[in-house]
Design a protein around this ligand. Structure first.
Ligand code: ATP
Ligand code: MG
Length: 414
């Protein structure tokens, strides 16, 4: 039997109602916050991700779906910040009044080891905001993410924030961190030995037990406790925290939170849920003041986040169903088709038998369909210009005019 590729999933009809509910809720909140949708291609030139996500990241090193077409190297997007930044620059979106706020929703591709909460094709909803380097921007966009989760009643939420400094401030920090870890270098895992040289901040993110114990030890923790980044980003971060508190949003500072991507500056954050398994992060993001310039655009500060749709949907009850309102029963298939069309045109969900079953058998089909009502028009009703409507739950049946029928169905269908 042909099966889907490893790490990919079908989203089946029983689940799509929940997906649509999340998508509609997100679209509504985005519209209210005047964040407009952007749709960029699913693949981009490989160079975009190499430069935009960073050569030293796991994503670029191990996780990209890259292929050659002619003399071009292309890559299925593993994330969409780089793509949105490219589109922002290429289409001159920077000419609009700042801030420019966009959101996207769609599939991402990463060659990772598939496990619960981790697929090779997964979906992200993300927001990017260009043009402002203010704490208000960071706090407002974190608040928007939290509000989306709260609107959806996502259980067990926690917000962690941290400051990863400016590019310049981080250099000083990195040297200090390397100094502290120098003596332990031989005992670190292979990845951390590499990170020590080209990306020391990422060491703090290591999942290898030996490394973890070291980084969580007193020496490193003391160093991290008082925000050790540069003055500018420290003041910025303190303001972000103050505004979050004023907005009534609970958070903790996690000095170990560095995030997987190289482009972050100043504020980073992650939202987790205790109701998820080992992969408990449902949303992450932060400020990236250097990325637009790195990708040859005008020097533009930015802030963004992305949430994992699969993980979010898995946190919600799958209770929402698309109910069928009417099953049309008639002694003439032509009339049945016409009547179900008219009901649909009135905005009411309606089906009828397409398999040519006789009138007498159609009521049984109506019962099986799960419709709330059977709308019955046999010859006698038709001659009288009336409709019999049967409540399939109570089995009550009444004969009504077209107008009275619509009144009842519209009340029920609303
Ligand atoms: P993780 O630590 O879980 O690998 P990440 O730092 O790689 O996350 P981001 O690139 O920031 O994640 O993506 C934002 C969100 O997208 C994550 O919080 C998660 O919910 C979701 N996500 C990331 N990778 C996957 C994946 N392979 N499968 C499903 N969801 C994912
Ligand atoms: Mg990852």
């Amino acid at each position: 039997m042909l099966a889907s590729a490893k790490g990919t999933h079908d989203i089946l009809p029983a689940e799509t109602a929940t997906w649509q509910y999340v998508e509609e809720t997100a679209r509504r909140l985005m519209a209210l916050a005047h964040v407009q949708e952007i749709r960029t291609p699913l693949f981009e030139t490989t160079e975009l991700f190499q430069r935009g996500v960073g050569e030293a990241t796991d994503i670029v090193n191990k996780e990209m779906y890259t292929f050659q077409k002619g003399d071009r190297s292309l890559t299925l997007r593993p994330e969409n910040t780089a793509g949105v930044v490219r589109a922002y620059i290429q289409n001159g979106l920077d000419r609009a009044p700042k801030p420019v706020k966009v959101f996207y929703l769609g599939p991402m591709f990463r060659y990772e080891r598939p496990q619960a909460g981790r697929q090779r094709q997964f979906h992200q909803l993300g927001v990017e905001c260009f043009g402002l380097d203010t704490p208000e921007t960071d706090a407002a966009l974190i608040e928007l993410a939290m509000r989306l989760f709260e609107t959806l009643h996502v259980p067990g939420l926690a917000l962690e924030v941290n400051n990863v400094g400016t590019f310049e401030g981080r250099e000083v920090f990195k040297e200090k961190l390397k100094g502290l870890l120098k003596d332990y270098l031989p005992s670190l895992c292979e990845d951390c030995q590499t990170r020590y040289e080209n990306n020391p901040l990422r060491m703090l993110d290591c999942k290898v037990p030996g490394c973890k114990t070291l980084y969580q030890g007193r020496e490193i923790q003391e160093f991290l406790k008082e925000d050790p980044m540069d003055e500018d980003s420290r003041r910025h971060f303190q303001e972000v925290c103050r505004i979050l508190s004023d907005l009534g949003i609970a958070y903790t500072r996690n000095p170990m939170l560095v995030r997987g991507l190289d482009y972050y500056t100043k504020t980073v954050f992650e939202i987790t849920s205790t109701h998820l398994g080992a992969q408990n992060a449902v949303c992450g993001g932060g400020r990236y003041n250097n990325l637009v310039k790195t990708l040859d655009g005008p020097d533009t500060p930015a802030f963004g986040w992305a949430l994992g749709m699969e993980r979010l949907v898995s946190l919600l009850p799958n209770a929402i169903k698309h109910e069928l309102l009417c099953y049309v029963v008639s002694d003439s298939s032509g009339h049945a088709l016409e009547l179900s069309r008219t009901l649909q045109q009135e905005g009411l969900s309606a089906v009828c038998d397409w398999s040519g079953k006789p009138f007498g058998k159609q009521l049984a089909l109506a019962a099986k369909s799960g419709a709330a009502y059977a709308v019955i028009q046999g010859e006698s009703e038709r001659l009288a210009g009336q409709f019999a409507v049967k409540n399939m739950q109570t089995q009550e049946q009444q004969t009504l005019s077209w107008k009275a029928l619509l009144t009842i169905l519209k009340k029920e269908g609303a």
